[in-house]
Ligand binder design. Structure first.
Ligand SMILES: CC(C)(COP(=O)(O)OP(=O)(O)OC[C@H]1O[C@@H](n2cnc3c(N)ncnc32)[C@H](O)[C@@H]1OP(=O)(O)O)[C@@H](O)C(=O)NCCC(=O)NCCS
Length: 188
């Protein structure tokens, strides 16, 4: 499925383009953004390579990786990225990710982007289970997943050795029937 454009409430998710690299540098060079990630800061070549990988994944058939630029409505400017990756198709399960420029944190944009992604996952893609993980110290990420209705299923202790220290992981997930029930409650 290409190109995909998701219009959510106060957010647009569009396909990533090579020209996004300049805006993507703001995200990829901010230590606060990668603070609780397994990946590190990227230099310009790293940003361009990451965007090229995302663009490459978009043309794989069947498509299993949807990595989108997050934009404000009425703008096409890249202010972050969010996406999902499908594992074995028969399990109808995907993991999600989301990263926003720091000057856009705390305004509900992350929640709007994740909600649009989940609508797409359970709608057009017909998936059954979506999960995400975060370092337990990453309160914004944990709160974001809770806020949209994902449920914390696990707390793995010290399961990653990252950047010179043991890190844990919260696992959050939502099932298609949970999502339908949440949406039905909201329209009432
Ligand atoms: C995680 C992230 C996408 C959240 O995006 P966001 O647009 O700020 O999230 P929202 O505004 O929708 O808010 C989600 C929750 O985080 C809280 N929050 C977000 N930014 C905050 C801030 N700067 N200070 C305090 N709380 C904050 C919100 O209050 C909200 O919690 P609430 O429901 O209790 O009010 C963003 O912080 C980010 O990009 N972080 C760096 C990358 C990252 O860690 N990604 C996740 C990988 S696991």
């Amino acid at each position: 499925m290409y190109p995909v454009r998701l219009v959510g409430s106060n957010v647009v998710l569009r396909e990533i383009e090579p020209d996004d690299w300049r805006e993507a540098r703001v995200l990829d060079s901010d230590p606060e953004v990668v603070r609780y990630q397994t990946n590190d800061l990227l230099d310009e070549a790293g940003t361009k390579a990451a965007l090229a990988r995302s663009i490459g994944f978009a043309s794989v058939v069947p498509r299993t990786v949807y990595d989108f630029a997050i934009c404000l409505p009425g703008e096409e400017r890249y202010v972050g990225r969010a996406g999902l990756g499908i594992g074995r198709p028969e399990h109808r399960e995907a993991s999600v990710w989301f990263h926003l420029r720091r000057d856009h944190w705390g305004r509900g944009l992350g929640s709007a982007a994740l909600t649009a992604l989940l609508d797409f996952a359970f709608g057009e893609l017909g998936l059954h289970r979506i999960f995400g993980d975060c370092d337990p110290r990453n309160l914004h990420s944990a709160r974001l997943m809770e806020r949209v209705g994902m449920v914390r299923e696990a707390h793995f202790r010290e399961n990653y050795w990252v950047k010179g220290e043991w890190c844990g992981a919260f696992i959050y997930a939502v099932l298609e029937q949970d999502w339908r029930a949440l949406k039905a409650r909201k329209v009432r």
